[in-house]
Design a protein around this ligand. Structure first.
Ligand code: AR6
Length: 173
């Protein structure tokens, strides 16, 4: 079990699975979602579109996760999850964010994969305060990884500032 905080463009990482911070349609968007779709190529969008809808336009409800191949990415798979939109913190945001990390790791284990990179889910457009998100993420990962040995987790930050916040949370946890 290892958890490392790194600075990188997640689309460049050669791991079993990278996690996408998507929206419930799974049909792409901005931020890391846009970057992953651009780097994976159009086959990723086709694979997402082929996933079943649980409600009109919803292929992945908030807190859940879905897996596709990575296509042109160096990563073999993409695990798409949908983080909560921050609405002040009293609307189940921590529990929903925790579900994202748990469900992504569970998919990884179900598919017998062992290395995964997460972006800072919800910390961009969705507005989750990074220090609070990092606390939830690290506590959840530590708890899950206590049960699943030999998983390599990379927490992939896109800026020095984000890296400092996540590194601090890792040390404090
Ligand atoms: N590699 C690693 N991290 C990145 C990259 C990259 N290439 N690009 C951005 N980030 P966001 P959210 C960081 O907004 O808050 C999309 O439109 C970014 O700096 O991508 O969960 C979806 O379709 C930030 O720290 O995701 C949804 O509609 C973090 O990734 C919505 O945004 C997450 O920022 C999801 O919002």
């Amino acid at each position: 079990m290892s958890i490392n905080v790194i600075i990188a463009d997640i689309t460049q990482l050669r791991v079993d699975a990278i996690v996408n911070a998507a929206n419930p349609t799974l049909l792409g968007g901005g931020g890391v979602d846009g970057a992953i779709h651009r780097a994976a190529g159009p086959a990723l969008l086709a694979a997402c579109r082929a996933l079943p809808e649980s409600a009109p336009g919803v292929r992945c409800p908030t807190g859940e996760a879905r897996i596709t191949p990575g296509f042109a990415l160096p990563a073999r798979h993409v695990i798409h999850t949908v983080g909560p939109i921050w609405r002040g913190g009293a609307h189940d945001e921590p529990a929903l964010l925790e579900s994202c990390y748990r469900n992504a790791l569970q998919l990884l284990c179900t598919c017998r994969l062992s290395s995964i990179a997460f972006p800072a889910i919800s910390c961009g457009v969705y507005g989750y305060p990074p220090a609070l998100a990092a606390e939830v993420a690290i506590a959840t990962l530590r708890d899950e990884l206590a049960r699943s040995a030999s998983i390599d987790v990379r927490l992939c930050c896109f800026s020095e500032a984000m890296h400092a916040i996540w590194q601090q949370a890792l040390i404090a946890a």
